[in-house]
Design a protein around this ligand. Structure first.
Ligand SMILES: Nc1ncnc2c1ncn2[C@@H]1O[C@H](COP(=O)(O)OP(=O)(O)OP(=O)(O)O)[C@@H](O)[C@H]1O
Ligand SMILES: [Mg+2]
Length: 199
């Protein structure tokens, strides 16, 4: 399966999602993360510590893709319409992370309009970095997106500082020392399951 992670807005958790989805898939079979962002955040993540899958950039992708059962592609924020067309064409599933705030939701609407223009129905929205209760931001964002008829994944990723630690240490979140490390990881496990069952 080829899964691409994209968004118009920056900082919505694309790289975090790419790394953790790849970590989930790597438990089952050979997985490759293609770092398609010129900032190379995923590459640096893996260089800081070590991830249980290979991270390569698009220039190395052709060779390593041959050996991989699953491929996750991290991309740069702010894709142009053309980029989005190519991104959607190049994968089986396009995951669009979106944080539950007005700016990200606005950007999301732009993405979806662009995707509709492509006639692509393989995308799913993933709500990310959801603040804990009593905040209702997550619920409200989900309602707004579903009311607009958009495909939102049931799984969602909550805000845990363990994810920042994982990025700093260059590991997967279940490998960091943090009270919430396991529950943070369980959010991505649920996402991985959902994506695979809806394949
Ligand atoms: N679920 C989460 N809980 C808490 N912090 C998070 C979570 N997901 C991501 N972050 C943090 O939010 C910031 C942005 O995340 P990330 O780099 O994954 O986003 P991005 O969409 O790839 O950004 P860019 O557009 O710059 O590539 C990082 O500091 C990351 O550690
Ligand atoms: Mg990124």
């Amino acid at each position: 399966m080829i899964i691409t992670i994209a968004s118009f807005k920056g900082g919505v958790g694309k790289t975090t999602t790419a790394v953790h989805l790849a970590a989930y898939l790597a438990l089952q079979s050979t997985t490759l993360l293609i770092d398609g962002d010129p900032n190379r955040s995923a590459t640096r993540w893996s260089e800081r510590g070590g991830l249980p899958f290979k991270v390569v950039d698009e220039r190395q992708a052709a060779k390593y893709a041959r050996k991989a059962e699953h491929i996750v592609i991290d991309t740069q924020a702010h894709p142009e319409q053309e980029d989005l067309e190519a991104l959607a064409d190049g994968c089986d599933r396009l995951i669009l992370p979106c944080t539950p705030d007005a700016l990200a939701l606005d950007a999301m609407m732009l993405t979806v309009k662009a995707l509709h223009q492509l006639g692509s129905d393989k995308y799913r929205i993933l709500l990310t970095i959801i603040p804990p209760k009593p905040s209702k931001d997550g619920e409200e964002a989900r309602k707004m997106l579903t009311d607009a008829g958009l495909p939102v994944l049931t799984s969602e990723i909550r805000r845990y500082s363990a994810f920042k630690k994982a990025a700093l240490e260059g590991t997967v979140v279940n490998g960091v020392t943090d009270k919430k490390a396991r529950i943070a990881w369980s959010d991505y496990q649920a996402l991985g399951k959902e994506i695979q069952t809806n394949e």
